[in-house]
Design a protein around this ligand. Sequence first.
Ligand SMILES: Nc1ncnc2c1ncn2[C@@H]1O[C@H](COP(=O)(O)OP(=O)(O)OP(=O)(O)O)[C@@H](O)[C@H]1O
Ligand SMILES: [Mg+2]
Length: 302
Amino acid sequence: MRVAPQKTGERMARKQIRSNQIPAQSPLPARRGAGAPPPLVELREATVVYPDGHVGVERISVQIARGEFVFVVGATGSGKSTFMKLLLRDVEPASGQVLVAGRDINALTPNRIPYLRRRIGTVFQDFKLLPNRTVFDNVAYALQVTGASREEIKRQVPEILRLVGLAAKIRNFPDELSGGEQQRVSVARAFVNHPPLLLADEPTGNLDPETSIGIMQLLYRINLTGTTVIVVTHDREMVDKMRRRVVALHEGRLIRDEAAGMYTEEESTTEFGIRMRAEMGVREGHTNGKSRHVHHASLGDN
Ligand SMILES: Nc1ncnc2c1ncn2[C@@H]1O[C@H](COP(=O)(O)OP(=O)(O)OP(=O)(O)O)[C@@H](O)[C@H]1O
Ligand SMILES: [Mg+2]
């Protein structure tokens, strides 16, 4: 269903070398030529039926390669969050398979599920920060669960907070931050382990257009490091402008899969931000959030 030109494959391979991603651990036979790694994510005819009989998704088949940036779109109730939950094994398919890095994740024993989830960064519309912890602690927590040392935590947390433009807020609590800033903390938390896969379910759903561009710019920057990024969104304008792959769901079924934008040369994240602001009619001088100057200063080129 989707177009996978040679050029894209080569670019993905280069990206992988640039980044320090885990190698594929798949015992599965390669389906696209000898030695080709399996897709990072693959659904095979996956169907989810909730306990009350509601169908979440129906016979979805899709492959997402390492390094891709994919939007998942569709009306409310079309199955977007169910799709994301399948990848985290928050829900299990009634039929079909879900493979991550070539492994059927529904064959994992329960004690292995936390390891799967540690390899997948997640960002949600409502941020899901711990309200009684500082920004530092919210991000540090993601490192602690992987067994990182105190030294690593002390080094990596400020580094990632600089990346998202929040170095100055490190000792603040979530309720002392704007919505956009809180979402930056949750992106930092999702990325601090440099996961091969990052899932964002309506990450800009509660944010104004200017702040949304900043969050997309961050996700794009993360993608340029080699992390596969899957973003659920209702922001039609953002999807149209970003020119990335789009998977569309309708009533639980996959109805469209377009590789739009896969052929364009990569932009730097600064160029990306400038283009998005121009195309979405957000003026450079326009101020919408307190954090604007802070985060612009730290979003340099890759
Ligand atoms: N826990 C649940 N129990 C029963 N039905 C559910 C549950 N979660 C989702 N559904 C149903 O499954 C279908 C897909 O829901 P899902 O949450 O995946 O949609 P969505 O595309 O994320 O929608 P939205 O844009 O509103 O977030 C809907 O019909 C929904 O009512
Ligand atoms: Mg949803």
